[in-house]
Design a protein around this ligand. Structure first.
Ligand SMILES: Nc1ncnc2c1ncn2[C@@H]1O[C@H](COP(=O)(O)OP(=O)(O)OP(=O)(O)O)[C@@H](O)[C@H]1O
Length: 617
């Protein structure tokens, strides 16, 4: 094909804002078999993306892609490929520029009509592939489609991404998972299938072939090309994916290429076939027997110390910029995009009750199948309970110091174990939730209620820690007293878990959650009424006693035991030392309820604010 003809293919890259170039003219010459549904045009202009410290990462990048195109977003490491795709997908919403779909600024349904496949897949590891898809199908489509229709869609997707062989295999493979589960390629196809459920018209993928061998990588790119062109019988789509160095066979599946040069500049955007004639016209001819993708990357890479290469990259960028000048870019709408808090579970999304039911089902399935964690926790709690029991063996009624010491230490142990456990587990789930939230597959209320309800049996396990020493230490052998003791501890456990939720609600990083937990727990222990004269607490610090789960939990336990002690010197000593009144029992229970709910609600509010004001996913 003559070079000039190939070069003309470049022209439909960047276009004017109103989308005035007829779409038909811009359509690639790809096979049109299986063409169904509407065609769409995605225009993007990322004029400037800078880090919070002011370093500019992306410079004047604009272009257009349309239904049926499968675009490879390539460039040297650190050139800004992921950042650019995040801006176009509006998963990064703090940049100067504009995104238009079919000539209009996207609304909140942009998030439910586009799919985003992350480089690192995150799943509930104890679910099977089918169960995972069923959860997403019902939550994303259950508002408009019946359960049977959702199930049918799951089957279609399983076939579309060729997962039939492992549809009922446990996904496994979590960071610390004992179960291996799906292979890397299967996990990738499951991620792609998840996004296909709701028939997105645009799909973004971040390095879908990373970690796969070349055969598996080729299978994935072949699948994506079929999804873009509708070759597999489905509707045609816009597909854009960040890819590092595709093999020659993978490369051949792409219809278009967007090449970034070092520094975040646009070096090329147009058809794959026109790329090398274009480079040739600039004097850079791909050597024989060379992987074309490697050659393209080498030309636009500027490594420190390689000045000639650096100059080449700059020259190519400048050359392409000249071509861009003749196109009108989309005008930036505002200084920064403000698509914050726009994700919604509306549209075809299931209603509140159905989503809550699905969240409870998933959370219970996940915890009940995670047998390894369950057995380890039960074992650890029983051993710790035995240590308490042996230390305070038959001491409960023979030493008032031992009675108080045991109660206090048990409350503190429960506080630390429960809050840390939640603070460690929750952030990982939160990252999954955020991804689901942005695609309309979940909402905060249903997720939070589901999580809270599914937590109840799991948290009840922590009672094992306190039941063992109850009987070993010789606390009152009355059934009523024992039930009250368990009930008080159940409230303490829930209050402690709520503090873990609050601590971990500030960040998706478990390390930060674990760092914040002691900051909340320490004042609770300090202001428990055990370690100081209540009367000596300055007025301005007294309120901390009112938010201490340890304070009310410990007091309720002591009152419960003292009620059964009879009116002897021991009871007098304990109540006198702790400055506790027997009539406080009801109030302590009320406060424990309030604190468990209050901390949980506070964490809900923090999460809601994070969603509302987040500018990136
Ligand atoms: N929010 C941010 N704050 C600070 N730096 C950022 C931010 N976002 C991106 N960067 C920086 O922008 C540059 C481009 O990052 P990006 O992940 O987009 O590159 P990439 O081309 O996808 O790289 P790779 O191929 O290595 O994954 C990096 O130097 C990264 O550190």
């Amino acid at each position: 094909m003559p070079v000039q003809k190939e070069l003309s293919d470049l022209e439909h890259g960047p276009v004017n804002a109103a989308g005035s170039v007829a779409m038909e003219k811009a359509l690639p010459q790809t096979p049109m078999e299986g063409r169904k549904g509407e065609d769409h045009v995605l225009d993007f202009n990322v004029a400037n993306f800078s880090t919070p410290k002011g370093k500019q990462i992306l410079h004047d990048i604009a272009g257009r892609t349309v239904t049926g195109e499968f675009t490879a977003l390539m460039g040297p490491s650190g050139a800004g490929k992921t950042t650019l795709m995040d801006c176009i997908a509006l998963r990064q919403r703090s940049f100067e520029g504009a995104i238009h779909v079919d000539g209009r600024s996207p609304k909140s349904d942009y998030f439910t009509q586009t799919g985003y496949v992350h480089q690192k897949e995150l799943f509930f590891s104890s679910l099977t592939s089918r169960e995972h898809l069923v959860f997403h199908a019902i939550n994303r489509l259950g508002g408009k489609y019946t359960k049977d229709q959702c199930m049918k869609r799951v089957d279609e997707v399983i076939n579309e991404v060729e997962l039939a062989r492992c549809a009922d295999t446990i996904i496994g493979g979590g960071e610390f998972a004992l179960v291996k589960g799906l292979s890397g390629g299967e996990r990738k196809r499951l991620s792609i299938g998840t996004e296909l459920l709701s028939h997105p018209k645009i799909i973004f993928l971040d390095e879908p072939t990373s970690g796969l061998d070349s055969v598996m990588g080729e299978l994935v790119t072949n699948l994506l090309a079929a999804l873009a062109t509708g070759k597999n019988g489905g509707p045609r789509r816009v597909i854009m994916c960040v890819i590092h160095t595709p093999s020659s066979r993978m490369w051949s599946h792409f219809s278009h290429v967007l090449l970034l040069a070092t520094g975040g500049f646009m070096a090329y955007h147009g058809t794959r076939e026109a790329l090398f004639p274009y480079f040739k016209s600039l004097g850079y001819d791909v050597p024989p027997n060379y992987n074309p993708a490697d050659f393209a990357l080498e030309v636009v890479s500027a490594k420190p110390g390689a000045e000639v290469q650096g100059k080449t990259a700059v020259w190519i960028v400048e050359n392409f910029a000249k071509r861009m000048e003749k196109f009108n870019r989309l005008p930036p709408e505002t200084n920064h995009h403000t698509f914050t808090g726009v994700a919604t579970s509306g549209g075809t999304g299931a209603g509140f009750l159905l989503q809550t039911k699905m969240n409870i089902w998933r959370a219970v399935t996940q915890s009940s199948r995670d047998k390894g964690t369950l057995y380890a926790l039960v074992g650890m709690l029983l051993i710790l309970g035995m240590v308490f029991g042996l230390l305070f063996l038959n001491q409960a009624h023979s030493s008032w110091r031992n009675l108080m010491g045991m109660m206090f230490a048990l409350v503190v142990a429960v506080l630390i174990l429960c809050s840390m456990n939640v603070a460690l587990k929750f952030p990982v789930e939160w990252s999954i939730f955020m991804r689901e939230y942005y695609t309309g597959a979940n909402a905060l209320g249903p997720y939070f209620i589901g999580r809270t309800i599914a937590d109840i049996p799991f948290l009840a396990l922590f009672l094992l820690l306190v039941i063992v020493p109850y009987w070993m230490s010789g606390l009152t052998a009355s059934f009523a007293s024992f039930i009250r003791y368990c009930f008080i501890f159940f409230l303490i456990i829930n209050g402690s878990a709520s503090t873990g939720y609050l601590a971990s609600s500030f960040s998706a990083d478990p390390v930060l959650g674990l760092a914040i937990t002691p900051v909340i727990d320490t004042p609770m222990i300090l202001f428990s009424g055990m370690l100081y004269e209540r009367a000596s607490v300055p007025l301005y610090l007294k309120w901390i006693q009112n938010i201490s789960v340890v304070n009310y939990g410990f007091a309720a336990l002591v009152i419960n035991e003292c009620n059964s002690l009879g009116d002897g010197p021991m009871r007098w000593l304990v109540l006198h030392f702790l400055q506790i009144d027997l009539g406080m029992f009801g109030a302590c229970i009320g406060w424990l309820f309030g604190l468990a709910l209050g901390y949980r609600f506070a964490s809900f509010l923090v999460l809601k604010l994070r969603i509302r004001y987040s500018t990136s996913l």
